[in-house]
Design a protein around this ligand. Structure first.
Ligand code: AMP
Ligand code: TRP
Length: 335
């Protein structure tokens, strides 16, 4: 390794779609890790609004949700001074690089993407070209910023692998252009499951509102949903096979309080599930309520939000333009 490589701070990039309010699952599984990462690496975080339109969106709603997701990124503690935080569609280099990459991606590769297969089944009336090409746009999101790591949930691993393949192929064909990034799969303790069916993951698209905690749920709602969470009949707080409901609550409680399973078992020794559920609800509320307060304040400060979006997009565009120019030149375009 050269001296320069040793000294350079590692870079990371990730994006989140502005579709619906994130759940406690998104928060513990993805967003909170971003907050920790900003201390160790140079990070870019984006609201992937261009990805959202691969399924039909109502324009006014998309606009509002994009603003809200951007505000939420700041509210959870991502610092716009330390990171590049931006809205994808405000940085035109993403779509431009996506075309160059699309012409270096095979039909067969895209056909194998499980998300494409799932979503084209779910939205059989709208299997559009964008839905199919989605991973090439995602590759562009990533490769523009030359990151070393791409923190994502396990569900995005396949797309990240494809980005690596595309980057490697491009580098081989045209000469070294892109850093080949590594997916950085968020670690366990972060697979939050449904409060109503703990064999399923907690998901915002679940039709049962009691199955998930939305980041916008107020304290009373959080407490109520935990009170109704599915458990078992043993009435002992311990982590064990066959106790999916309690295991899930213990994982959540451990993730928010930093306590180990043994500590939790000791804390609730001889006490019923009722007490435990209240404690989990209180701990989650203590984590989420301050985020909600910052979020509400940010949404009211339109000027600040717009200024931060503009600043983020300008910085992203400056970085992205450099990579894009390099890629275009290598492919034979006149600059
Ligand atoms: P989604 O909302 O399903 O598009 O997920 C966005 C990201 O949030 C995923 O890539 C995961 O990293 C994370 N995520 C979603 N649901 C959960 C969950 N129940 N537990 C942990 N992480 C999750
Ligand atoms: N596809 C990701 C998701 O649905 C979001 C995303 C878009 C992304 N571009 C990205 C994630 C680039 C990481 C890097 O969750």
């Amino acid at each position: 390794m050269s001296e320069q490589q040793i000294e350079r701070r590692k870079r990371a990039l990730s994006c989140i779609q502005p579709t619906g309010t994130p759940t406690l699952g998104n928060y513990l599984g993805a967003l909170r890790n971003w907050v920790a990462m900003q201390e160790e690496m140079d990070c870019c975080f984006a609201v992937a609004d261009l990805h959202a339109i691969t399924v039909r969106q109502e324009p006014a709603k998309l606009r509002q949700q994009t603003k809200e997701m951007f505000a939420l990124l700041l509210a959870i503690g991502l610092d716009p001074e330390k990171n590049v935080i931006f809205v994808q569609s405000q940085v035109p280099q993403h779509t431009e690089l996506a075309w160059l990459l699309a012409c270096n991606t095979q039909f067969g590769e895209l056909s194998r993407m499980t998300q494409f297969k799932d979503k084209s089944q779910k939205h059989a009336d709208n299997i559009n070209l964008g839905l199919f090409a989605y991973p090439t746009l995602m590759a562009a999101d990533i490769l523009l910023y030359q990151p070393d790591y791409v923190p994502v949930g396990a569900d995005q691993k396949q797309h990240c692998e494809l980005s690596r393949d595309i980057a490697g192929r491009f580098n081989n064909l045209y000469g070294n252009t892109f850093v080949v990034p590594e997916p950085y799969i968020m670690k366990a303790g972060a697979r939050v499951r449904s409060l109503q069916d703990p064999t399923k993951k907690m998901s915002k698209s679940d039709e049962n509102q009691n199955s998930f905690i939305s980041l916008k749920d107020d304290k009373d709602t959080i407490l109520r949903k935990f009170k109704r969470a599915v458990t078992d009949s043993e009435a002992v707080v311990r982590y064990a096979d066959g106790k999916d409901g309690i295991n899930n609550l213990m994982e959540i409680y451990a993730a928010v309080t930093g306590k180990s399973y043994e500590e939790i078992e000791r804390e609730f020794d001889g006490r019923g599930y009722g007490d435990f559920k209240v404690a989990v609800g209180e701990a989650v509320a203590a984590e989420l309520v301050p985020v909600q307060e910052r979020f509400d304040a940010l949404l009211k400060d339109k000027a600040y939000l717009e200024e931060m979006m503009k600043k983020g997009a300008e910085t992203a565009s400056r970085i992205g333009a450099r990579t894009l120019a390099k890629a275009k030149k290598k492919m034979g375009f006149l600059l």
